[in-house]
Design a protein around this ligand. Structure first.
Ligand code: 5GP
Length: 114
């Protein structure tokens, strides 16, 4: 079964895509937790951070350079932002297609709340 994100990547369902190349796609989160909330996902389905293989190092690095460029384009680079990858149940992962959350545009507070 293709994940929701695979369908967005393939443009089978609507997504507010802000970047796409041959390796990654980035689109706005449907329930933004901050003024800027973008998800950067590999085009190939990698379910979780546990499933990243040694051969994926360049791909994962590319996800971060895309995040860097989007932060600049969104005007949040100088004030700062947060990049988040949730993994499995304790990490609060909801969609099992690896993604980096790029969140910013306002002070985000401490990293974890008690
Ligand atoms: P996770 O908890 O897996 O790290 O994050 C999944 C994210 O995907 C959530 O922030 C959620 O709001 C977002 N999301 C879930 N369904 C959709 C969708 O259909 N479209 C978009 N753009 N984002 C979604």
């Amino acid at each position: 079964m293709p994940t929701l994100f695979e369908k967005i990547i393939a443009r089978q369902i609507a997504g507010d895509i802000v970047h796409q190349d041959d390796r990654v796609t980035a689109f706005r989160d449907i329930h933004p937790r901050a003024p800027v909330h973008i998800l950067i996902v590999p085009n190939k389905p990698i379910p979780t951070a546990n499933d990243i293989e040694d051969g994926d190092e360049a791909l994962v690095g590319h996800m971060f350079t895309v995040a860097r460029d989007l932060a600049k384009r969104e005007g949040i680079a100088d004030n700062g932002y947060r990049l988040i990858i949730n993994c499995n149940t304790h990490g609060g992962q909801e969609v099992y297609h690896l993604h980096v959350h790029l969140v910013g545009g306002a002070p985000l507070g401490p990293m974890l709340s008690r």
